[in-house]
Design a protein around this ligand. Sequence first.
Ligand code: UDP
Ligand code: MG
Length: 312
Amino acid sequence: MDISVVIPLFNEEESLPELEAWIRKVMEANRFTYEIIMVDDGSKDRSWEVIEGLTKKNPNVKGIKFRRNYGKSAALHVGFEAVKGDVVITMDADLQDSPDEIPALRKMIVEDGYDLVSGWKQKRYDPISKTIPSKFFNGVTRWISKIPLHDFNCGLKAYRHNVVKSIEIYGEMHRYTPLLAKWSGFGKITEKVVEHRARKYGTSKFGLDRFINGFLDLLSITFIGKFGKRPMHFFGLLGMLFFVAGFATLAWLSFEKLFKQEYGIADRPLFYFGILMLIVGTQLFVTGFLAELLVRNSTTRNQYVIEKKVNG
Ligand code: UDP
Ligand code: MG
């Protein structure tokens, strides 16, 4: 199969028929074999009935429905588990992304050899309350991840089949699939300017809290990517620095007290600094050990992406 289109959706009943018709038109014009996987993230409107109707009309449409709203990442995750196509396209259900982009995105994966191509809504049709924080958010993400994308959060992305089978999206990590891909060893990542359209029906499902959550997720994902399999190297180093600083400070104070007959070291600010450093340092150490215990028991501790094998 050439292409799998994964569409996470939450209360998008009006958009779905138009979206399906448009994708079908593009696929047929290019003679692609394809599937459209619509993941209903616990919609409260008639989205699921609409999907059922579409599957009867077009056997390439597949539907998955959550019992409740788990979020876009969860929807993408189960979609990715189901995909069969060589190239996997994700797009939003609200008609803000154009299916006309699909052939060019596919070409970049199949012919130019990219692992992931992210859409870039260079000209956006969103309120300014969204576009300005978004610029900042993308800047920080670019800086931390060293992946030169302008628009991490774009719903329209294309992946090589192996990429979606090797990464695991959870929480709200759908914004960071390029980071997950990079850490799984799929480093050929680029972007393509895509057409963005104003939302035709319904309303946005995300509020401003997306930026706070997004930033916290960025911190976690960076930490996990770097130290997820060896947390002690992070906590241990910090713990050691703090502990040594505290110990040296207190040793110095004790020395003064013993040999210089200085009284009342408990009045000196350094005394409290020394004690605080000792305690914090010890806590960081213990945290590191606990984290190591967790990693030791995690099922992913030896999960690696194998690219090729020879003779076996
Ligand atoms: N979505 C989802 N689950 C949610 C929230 C959103 O599946 O809990 C879907 C939504 O239906 C849409 C896509 O994720 O297909 C992007 O959402 P939206 O268009 O509201 O985001 P925005 O365009 O405002 O960034
Ligand atoms: Mg949208």
